[in-house]
Design a protein around this ligand. Structure first.
Ligand SMILES: Cc1ncc(COP(=O)(O)O)c(C=O)c1O
Length: 486
């Protein structure tokens, strides 16, 4: 109770209600326990960072809506767990979890019995160690220089440009700016092109960190729902006309979370719409190399081929090679890159040289390792879908042609409930609401298949038990093996 009051932001009652989604178990009487569990999940998920001030109890009770007693009891539970601190007159705020003995799943899945299906990421690609060894002899030469490459290591810019050219979009190295990952690339583009109050058109659903980045520059996401199987280009056309967004952000290659891909005809039409409205667009190609049914070099041409002057392509090696490399890039006109560069110097002064050297080495002959990675992922995808059919037959699951996730359609709006209960079964999940600009998607669950097959089978088996328990048809309390996981 006597911790200092942190300077963090305040979450409003309405926003908390949106973030929480459908947190209540259907027909459950334990409202306070459910509410505490749902808030705990938002903290673990990074949605309520340490220092965030919670709404006053009365506001919370009105927005959720629940009784004041329920809120008081839930907050008391969170205080006991060490997740919040409170002071009379100052309210409650999130503190860092991690107190010894707290039964909170956190950190990596490995070694703790916890399986992490919240992150769609995988370990390093084969050949990374060999690439590290191969660049070693080049280090003395690099050490003799200053190590600042404003636009990135020349060799790497060349490799990235070659890959675009191989995908059907002639590109020169001076169109490439190396960044610290794809997300960094997007943040740079936002800082350059978007100001407070500007609108940014996004797909609905979309990549949650992109939504956070848009909000972080005080811009407003304008969501355009995807159709079940495709982009709603009519909807995009209307939004471009009516909302006049300053920028669009789209993931047309193995969209996260749906796995959808926009075909060449769709790209042609989208390009025409963007040209007509003169709207610049960031095309996120983080997943383009994860083509599980084809060859990335035979896919539809990159979106920039259809509206060259308006498209800012961003790339990442996190999904194709390893998230720990933290290397990504922007492809745009040299003029725009220079403007981006001047924005960047207010934030950082370049990307680490070691990682760039290693990636340039990996990209000298990228195909064999990438092919192996795709083949393994395709097997894992199919294993996950098979397991889902066995353990969650009531859900509808589409087989994505690429990317790292299946976007399951549930039989009831229970995604958040499933994610909350799953924590007690050794499963970390990102509920569907994470992927909507205004929450929602309670009938959806994103499941990455980036883990080894045997882990996926175990994860989906646990998920089946959780889903049955949440829908009231299961008896998870009696499953000793699963309970011992917590
Ligand atoms: C669509 C999309 N864009 C960007 C990123 C972030 O990439 P990076 O790790 O290179 O910052 C991810 C990672 O999940 C992603 O799925």
């Amino acid at each position: 109770m006597n911790a200092g009051i942190p300077p963090g932001g305040r979450v409003s009652g309405q926003r908390l209600a949106r973030l929480l989604g459908e947190w209540r178990r259907r027909g459950a009487r334990q409202g306070a326990a459910d509410l505490a569990a749902a808030i705990r999940m938002l903290v673990l998920d990074g949605q309520l960072p340490a220092g965030t001030r919670l709404p006053a109890e009365r506001e919370m009770a009105e927005s959720l809506p629940v009784s004041r007693t329920t809120v008081t009891a839930a907050l008391e539970q969170l205080r006991t767990d060490g997740l919040i601190a409170s002071r009379r007159g100052a309210g409650s705020w999130i503190t860092l979890p991690g107190r010894a003995g707290m039964t909170l799943p956190d950190g990596p899945a490995e070694g703790q019995g916890m399986i992490d299906l919240a992150r769609a990421a995988q370990p390093a690609i084969p050949g990374l160690l060999a690439a590290v060894d191969a660049v070693r002899p080049r280090l003395p030469e690099e050490f003799a220089k200053l190590g600042y490459y404003e636009h990135g290591l020349p060799d790497l810019r060349e490799r990235v440009a070659e890959r675009y050219t191989a995908r059907g979009l002639p590109t020169s190295p001076d169109q490439i700016l190396i960044t610290n990952g794809g997300h960094h690339a997007f943040v740079l583009a936002l800082r350059l092109l978007v100001g407070p109050g500007d609108r940014v058109l996004v797909e609905q659903p979309t990549y949650p960190n992109a939504l956070d980045a848009i909000r972080a520059v005080s811009a407003i996401p304008v969501p355009v729902p995807l159709n079940r199987d495709d982009w709603d280009l009519g909807g995009i056309e209307a939004a471009l006309r009516q909302a006049a967004p300053r920028l669009a952000y789209l993931i047309v290659d193995f969209h996260n979370p749906t796995g959808l891909r926009l075909d060449a005809a769709g790209r042609e039409r989208l390009g025409a719409l963007l040209r007509r409205s003169r709207t610049p667009v960031v095309i996120d190609e983080a997943l383009v190399e994860i083509d599980l049914d084809g060859d990335p070099l035979d896919g539809p041409p990159p979106m920039a081929a259809f509206a060259e002057d308006l498209v800012i392509s961003i790339g990442s090696t996190s999904k194709s090679h390893w998230g720990g490399l933290r290397v990504g890039w922007v492809r745009a006109s040299p003029e725009l890159l220079n403007r981006l560069m001047s924005t960047r110097t207010a934030v950082d002064l370049g990307s680490p040289v070691f990682e760039q050297l290693v990636l340039a080495e990996l990209m000298r002959d990228p195909e064999p390792a990438l092919r192996q990675r795709r083949a393994e992922l395709a097997v894992q995808r199919d294993v996950m879908i098979e397991s889902l059919r066995e353990h969650c037959p009531q859900w509808t699951v589409r087989r994505p042609a690429g990317g790292l996730c299946v976007w399951c359609e549930l039989d009831a709006p229970v995604s958040t409930r499933i994610a909350v209960v799953a924590q007690n079964h050794g499963l970390r999940l990102a509920p569907g609401s994470r992927f909507g600009a205004q929450g929602g998607f309670e009938r959806r669950l994103r499941l990455p298949y980036a883990l080894p097959s045997e882990v996926l089978v175990d994860a989906v088996r646990r998920l089946g038990v959780v889903a049955a328990a949440v829908s009231g048809t299961g008896t998870f309390e009696t499953d000793e093996r699963l309970l011992s996981v917590t």
